[in-house]
Design a protein around this ligand. Structure first.
Ligand code: MGD
Ligand code: MGD
Ligand code: MO
Length: 770
């Protein structure tokens, strides 16, 4: 009997029932299925929010030059006409301005599945017509991503995949020092899909084996309730000060591992002089750090002493570096692990990203499965991914990035498939202004997100449930044939098919499709997988059998890893590809860049905004990843909708803070600062610092004018965040560095329109106006 499966970034599912009784059942052997999937079917069937037909923005048809790109009405068109328009615009821009005027960065998570990956499909197409301006690095960990190769010689991917495995932590680590926590909330996700969620289970096993855990975070909930778990409620944005004080304390008491530092690091003398205050006259003592971190000096000293007695894993989550000077948390964390001297030992040392998604630390063998080739980009220009508003607002302007001085390209056309910048980017009102600059915006979406509602040409795509695909994830032992579960909504088409039709208009259809339809491509990918499997020493079934089985488990071969183990075994034979061959605690190349916001060693620099010295009414905004969805995906699904309060995203605050601000549980409140504002429903939470407010990311932005200015009535935190690079090194986003005020909302409550379709007009109505 044929089993049917499908998969998403949040898990894999067995499909049962039909029509009205259709169900997505998490795999029976998944120990902790994600709650996100519960909202998947309802979001897919949401006829209000889904895009049914190609649509063109009314103002764009009327030649408004982009000014109306903020929730205009739309004219629906037949596919051929919409594609003709898109092709005409692409051709015009390439002819008049060159391919360097097309922004195709198209950042976003899109959906799981090896073939229908929107961004890869788009890049393949754009490469065939001459190329596009690309985006570098990620929103997830750009600060770490740019820094790590300098200081460790390894890419962020190398580090993520090389991280010391959970079983070794459970066996050997006695103290897990978790900066930002290790959260089952974020471990729901694995890019490309996952058959299993194991992070909470490993933390439980380790705790049962006696491991102590310290959650260093403004939120206690960043770590599950484990035996031997403690909460160190550090001030948000002050972790580097705490790390430096721990270093100072260890060195002052002779508890640093000098032999390790001599053998495996370079630049320790310069960095030590900074820590001890020799170079700048300020010892980074516990007394110095205490007011910055809002901890008692004694607590910091006790922690340093404790660290020196334990087998310690210093773990830095990704969120910590999505902050002003975010590079420093990664670098200072590595320095702390180096001073403790346990890097490269089983279960201890340094970690970056444990719990931030499910794969880091997973003890599985990695297999490089094939994917659809994207071709070569004829344009070599790029921007650091989070500099999009800067680029659109300031063509030609110079900026620094990773030692280079670059300038922003002059973009005329933006093409996006598989991402939602009007949820993910910082300072959305600034983005809204910047977004009015290009001549044309083309978006592929399956739902009327805020980004789709700001596109000129909107091309409706299928959701993963509406097509066939394959989940093969390098770090997952299950290979899943993703069956088609639902018929496509309206006239929605696959990204690939849309782009194939566009390619035909450029005479490159044959190159784009290589003569294959979806089934042919899936067979092609599978044939590649079979080859890879063979070289790994096992056989895969033929394609038809795989499709019938729905799920194939590769022969189990768990593998554990120890980060930096080869280097630690022999630092000469396996020198790191850094400037010194070792871990650099002072880095000459970075120092030579002479950046005022990223000097040559880990360094404390106060963030652009933080609660220290701010009035008590200014709260630190933690815009963490949402528990009920993947970023903005499935925000219209039942799971996310049920979690809202009066139809809006929930903000959490300490009861004492709420009382002082005259705010009550359950009411709608107004979060605001100089950049903008949003409305959210208020819940109280005693397990958090009193000077913070939590508002998860991803509510579909719903920007409306109100007596209090232009606000998001639905609760998107990026109305408030700062659009600035972490430093001139990485230019990574700093979404976790933001102060806000919270007030009661006394006016009438604006209706949330984000989950409805935009207004439609007929062609005739539109033409009458022009
Ligand atoms: N304030 C704040 N902001 C943040 C963060 C934060 O912590 N705080 N985190 C940042 C991080 S780490 C990230 S990764 C980003 C995430 O930002 P994004 O990756 O942009 O967020 P998603 O909501 O996953 O966007 C994916 C979009 O693709 C669409 N989609 C899904 N499947 C398909 C498909 O098959 N075809 C097409 N064409 N579209 C499809 C979905 O409808 C959705 O709109 O957000 C960043 N923004
Ligand atoms: N459910 C769910 N899971 C997800 C995602 C999702 O959208 N939904 N997105 C995935 C993606 S793309 C990514 S990149 C990862 C991100 O994974 P992370 O970056 O680890 O997740 P965040 O929720 O942004 O941040 C985790 C916690 O860091 C803490 N934190 C913030 N600032 C500070 C600080 O200054 N000091 C300290 N000590 N702690 C701080 C906050 O309390 C926050 O709850 O999550 C992934 N997992
Ligand atoms: Mo991310």
């Amino acid at each position: 009997m044929t089993d049917r499966y499908t998969a998403a970034h949040w898990g894999a599912y067995r499909v049962t029932g039909a029509e009205d009784d259709l169900r997505l059942e998490p795999l029976a052997d998944d120990p902790a299925p994600s709650r996100i999937g519960r909202g998947w079917l309802s979001a897919a069937r949401d006829t209000r929010a889904r895009i049914h037909r190609p649509a063109v923005r009314r103002g764009w048809l009327a030649g408004d030059g982009g000014a109306g790109r903020n929730d205009d009405s739309y004219v629906e068109l037949p596919w051929d006409e919409a594609l003709d328009m898109a092709a005409q615009e692409l051709r015009r821009v390439c002819r008049d301005h060159g391919n360097g005027a097309i922004y195709g960065g198209s950042y976003g998570w899109s959906s799981a599945g090896r073939f229908h990956h929107a961004q890869s499909q788009l890049r393949r197409f754009l490469n065939l017509i001459g190329g596009y301006v690309a985006a570098r690095d990620t929103y997830s960990h750009a600060a770490g991503e740019v820094l790590l190769p300098h200081i460790t010689g390894l890419s962020n991917k190398d580090i993520e995949e090389g991280l010391t495995s959970w079983p070794l932590i459970a066996q050997n680590c006695t103290l897990f020092l978790a900066f930002g926590g290790v959260s089952g909330r974020t471990a729901q996700i694995a890019a490309g899909g996952t058959s299993s969620h194991e992070v909470d289970g490993w933390m439980e096993r380790a705790a049962a084996a006696g491991m102590q855990t310290i959650c260093v975070s403004p939120l206690r909930s960043d770590l599950a309730d484990l035996p031997n778990a403690r909460w160190l409620p550090v001030r948000a944005g002050s972790d580097v000060a705490l790390m430096l004080a721990l270093l100072h304390e260890l060195v002052s008491n002779g508890r640093h591992d000098q032999a390790f530092l001599d053998r495996y690091t370079s630049g320790w003398p310069q960095f030590r002089d900074y820590v001890m205050g020799v170079s700048d006259g300020q010892a980074k003592s516990a007394e110095w750090a205490a007011p910055l971190c809002d901890l008692a000096a004694g607590e910091i000293r006790d922690l340093a002493e404790e660290l020196s007695r334990h087998r310690v894993m210093v773990s830095i989550n990704w969120g910590l570096q999505r902050a002003d000077h975010g590079e420093q948390t990664v670098w200072a964390g590595l320095a702390l692990a180096a001073v403790l001297g346990q890097i490269g030992q089983p279960g201890t040392g340094f970690g970056f990203g444990y719990g931030s998604t499910t794969p880091p630390g997973r003890a599985k063998r990695f297999i490089s499965w094939p994917s659809v080739p994207q071709g070569r980009n004829g344009v070599d220009d790029f921007i650091p991914v989070a500099r999009i508003s800067d680029m659109l607002l300031n063509p030609g302007q110079a900026y620094r990035y990773n030692g280079e001085t670059r300038s922003y390209p002059d973009i005329r056309l933006v093409y996006w498939a598989g991402g939602n910048p009007f949820h993910h980017h910082q300072d959305l009102l600034r983005l809204e202004r910047a977004w009015q600059r290009p001549e044309t915006v083309i978006v592929h979406e399956h739902s009327w997100t805020a980004t789709a509602r700001r596109a000129d040409i909107v091309l409706p795509t299928t959701m993963a449930l509406e097509r066939e695909d394959i989940m093969v994830n390098r770090r997952d032992p299950s290979l899943i044939y993703m069956t088609q579960v639902l018929a496509p909504m309206g006239e929605a088409r696959n990204d690939h098919d849309i782009l194939a039709d566009l390619a035909r208009r450029f005479g490159v259809e044959a190159e784009f499709t290589e003569g294959r339809d979806t089934q042919d491509w899936l067979r092609w990918i599978w044939a590649g997988c079979q080859g890879v499997a063979q070289s790994e020493g096992f056989a895969l079934p033929d394609f038809d059998s795989f499709r019938d089985m729905g799920r194939f488990e590769i022969p189990e071969a768990d593998q554990t890893r120890i980060l930096f183990s080869r280097f630690i075994e022999d630092p000469v034979a396996h020198a790191l590809p850094t400037e010194s061959g070792r871990l650099t605690l002072f880095n000459d190349r970075i120092a030579a860049m002479q950046l005022c916001d990223c000097p040559g060693h880990p360094c404390w620099m106060p963030p652009a905004e933080w609660t220290h010295e701010a009035p008590p009414t200014h709260l630190h905004l933690l815009s963490q990843q949402p528990a009920t969805r993947l970023h903005s995906q499935l925000d219209n699904g039942s799971e996310a909708v049920a979690s809202k309060l009066q139809g809006r995203e929930v903000a959490r605050m300490h009861p004492r803070t709420a009382a002082a601000l005259n705010l009550r549980e359950g009411e709608v409140v107004h979060l605001h600062n100089a950049r903008g504002g949003c409305l959210a429903g208020l819940r109280l939470d005693a397990n958090m610092r009193h000077d913070c407010v939590v508002l998860p990311t991803g509510a579909w932005a719903d920007l409306q004018d109100s007596p209090q200015g232009r606000i998001c009535v639905h609760g998107n935190p990026n109305m408030l965040t700062i659009d600035k690079g972490a430093s001139e090194l990485s230019q990574g986003n700093i979404s976790h560095t933001t102060l806000v005020q919270v007030s009661p909302w006394s006016g009438e409550l604006p209706r949330v329109r984000a989950l409805d379709a935009p207004r439609f007009v007929t062609r005739a109505e539109c033409e009458r106006e022009v």
